[in-house]
Design a protein around this ligand. Sequence first.
Ligand SMILES: Nc1ncnc2c1ncn2[C@@H]1O[C@H](COP(=O)(O)OP(=O)(O)O)[C@@H](O)[C@H]1O
Ligand SMILES: [Mg+2]
Length: 235
Amino acid sequence: MSITENKVVARVENASKSYKSGDGEITALYETNFEMRSGELVLIIGPSGSGKTTLLSLLGCVIYPSTGKVVVEDDNTTGMNEVQLAKVRLNSIGFVFQNFNLVAPMSALENVMFPLNLQKIPAGEAKRRAMQALEGVGLSDRANFKPRQLSGGQQQRVAIARALVTNPALLLCDEPTASLDSISLVTVMKELKKLSQQGKAVAVVTHDPRLKEYADRTIYVENGRVTNQLSTDLH
Ligand SMILES: Nc1ncnc2c1ncn2[C@@H]1O[C@H](COP(=O)(O)OP(=O)(O)O)[C@@H](O)[C@H]1O
Ligand SMILES: [Mg+2]
């Protein structure tokens, strides 16, 4: 199936984000229209401070837009309260971060089970599904290891399994390879690519142009503005 036939999983419509700073206001992201479709891996590239995390946080319903709206699957999040937003995040979105954000005292398996516990899935089923997710990232033999007993690349694959275990339509990754060596980078990107090919919408924020080879589509963020082409490429 081509990308155009794939359904829109999340979109921001005329969404912007400003923060109060002293007397004035900082615009982290100017009015943006952007959508993610199932089956695509979209790379979001831009320098530090350009607004990449802000865009990802809007899509992820972690922050609320100053203007415009955010729609995830069939949920228009406008006017939703914290509890409702948390539910959208839990059911529709998986998050992967630069520093893995695994819970240190918990095993890989317990980390992956965690979102299912929040969904009140019975323990037996949660364990079975978490094992399956670990198997999917090639780490079933590390299920009982603590994060500190795993390499960076392995920790990130556990984090990917945790992001996926609830079967979300959308996977949002904020600089997922920034803390990894080049071999782990390839493993993690191949994992994310495979997930997009299985039908997930995968967004990957990076400042690393090497990741372009994995992308179906690349967008650029510069000074709070999203474009399809880097301005320096135009000259
Ligand atoms: N909570 C906040 N309060 C004030 N300013 C913020 C906040 N979050 C981000 N910003 C500002 O918005 C801009 C974009 O930030 P961010 O989206 O984190 O950029 P990036 O992820 O591309 O490095 C930066 O200038 C940053 O300082
Ligand atoms: Mg960032």
